[in-house]
Design a protein around this ligand. Structure first.
Ligand SMILES: Cc1ncc(COP(=O)(O)O)c(C=O)c1O
Length: 373
């Protein structure tokens, strides 16, 4: 056995390892865009939109510049803006909230479920006001949010549901694909996502033809016909080269998601005797393990041991959104969302990606044991 010092580091995500498996297909796809020269809203964008709609069993898909814009454009297309409130968990990436504030509406933060880390439907109920226009559940870490109670509240109060599916491509809730249960599902193709481009990218999926057409207009300066602008839009198009790359990677997504599920199961086995709080899966969902997040009472100690063993790791997320300086205007204070705040101090994300080996997961497990020794 090699001595510890000579073992290669374990990256948090290894995009190069994955690229090496598909490099030939990628080069051909990129090269055909270069040969055609259709860089803006080219053939691959339309084809990817059809294929990603099919993958999600959704009638419509519109490619946009990134996941933040997918959320933003969805909200704008739904007519949400100044004076409106959108309920969103504080335990998420800040982009969920930014999309709401960027369209002039107010993000109303709520706490999350302590076991599954996704938005707590009971807290949503308490946060409703006459100004609430939408709920934005986030399928965080690839774990589906508990959608039935959310959809029930939305139906009763006539609210829109905008699913933040940036971390959950292909996850399911009671057999339904995440991103297809609400009015609109918003995806990010940031490189490290389960389906990642080699740059920024995003998409919305929806059952509504009208909504898809509105987003199509908005993403392209409000024009359907060149130089004829029917609404005030912006430039937020999915790049053709990224769409060509995403078409290749989409063919592998189901397999890559299965490998993430296997990696997560292996982690749970390897770590079962540790004192870490391991992620649990609700009966209602089939997660796709964008992240494998554990809880510890000694994060500093665990980080040191992981660093010593050459294991990269992350914290998703160290400062809850309601306590970010960017949102100080909302007047939140520590204690407002105790579950989120408690988690922010204890969570740590271990390396997970489809190509991670059993040997690497074993090494992470041994590093964790060492932290408890
Ligand atoms: C939960 C969540 N929402 C939204 C986004 C925004 O996506 P993007 O980085 O593509 O703008 C991300 C990813 O960064 C995310 O993790």
């Amino acid at each position: 056995m090699k001595d510890k010092a000579s073992l290669p580091p374990i990256p948090f995500v290894d995009l190069v390892r994955q690229y090496r498996q598909i490099s030939q297909e990628i080069k051909e796809a990129v090269s055909s865009v270069l040969e055609r020269g259709d860089f803006i809203l080219g053939e691959d964008v339309g084809e990817f939109e059809k294929e990603f709609a099919l993958f999600n069993q959704a009638p419509h898909c519109v490619g946009v510049a990134d996941g933040t814009d997918a959320l933003y454009l969805a909200l704008v297309a739904l007519g949400i803006g100044q004076g409106d409130e959108v309920i969103v968990p504080s335990h998420t990436y800040i982009a969920s909230a930014l999309a709401i504030s960027n369209c002039g509406a107010k993000p109303v933060f709520v706490d999350c479920d302590p076991t599954y880390y996704t938005v707590n439907p009971t807290e949503i109920e308490k946060a409703l006001t006459s100004r609430t226009k939408a709920i934005m559940p986030v399928h965080l870490y690839g774990q589906p949010a508990d959608m039935d109670p959310i959809l029930e509240i939305a139906k009763r109060r006539k609210l829109y549901v905008v699913e933040d599916t940036a971390q959950a491509h292909g996850a399911t809730y009671k057999g339904k694909i995440c991103g297809t249960m609400g009015d609109v599902g918003c995806f990010s193709f940031y490189p490290g996502k389960n389906l990642g481009a080699y740059g920024d990218g995003g998409a919305v999926v929806t059952k509504s033809f009208e909504l898809s057409e509105k987003i199509r207009l908005l993403r392209n300066y409000g024009q359907k016909v060149k130089y004829v602008h029917t609404i005030k839009g912006l430039n937020s198009r999915l790049d053709t080269i990224q769409a060509a790359i995403l078409r290749i990677k989409l063919k592998h997504l189901a397999l890559w998601n299965r490998k993430r599920v296997e990696a997560a199961a292996r982690y749970s086995e390897v770590l079962k005797r540790s004192r870490l709080g391991l992620p649990l899966t609700a009966d209602y969902g089939k997660p796709v393990w964008h992240l494998y997040v554990v809880q510890t009472t000694d994060r500093g100690g665990l980080q040191k041991k992981l660093n010593d063993a050459g294991v990269s790791h992350g914290i998703h997320y160290p400062i809850p959104v309601h306590l970010q300086q960017a949102y100080r205007d909302l007047g939140h204070k520590r204690g407002d969302f105790p579950v989120t705040e408690h988690l922010a101090e204890r969570i740590i994300s271990l390396p997970i990606f489809p190509e991670i080996t059993a040997e690497e997961i074993g090494r992470v497990g041994r590093a964790v044991d060492a932290s408890l020794a």
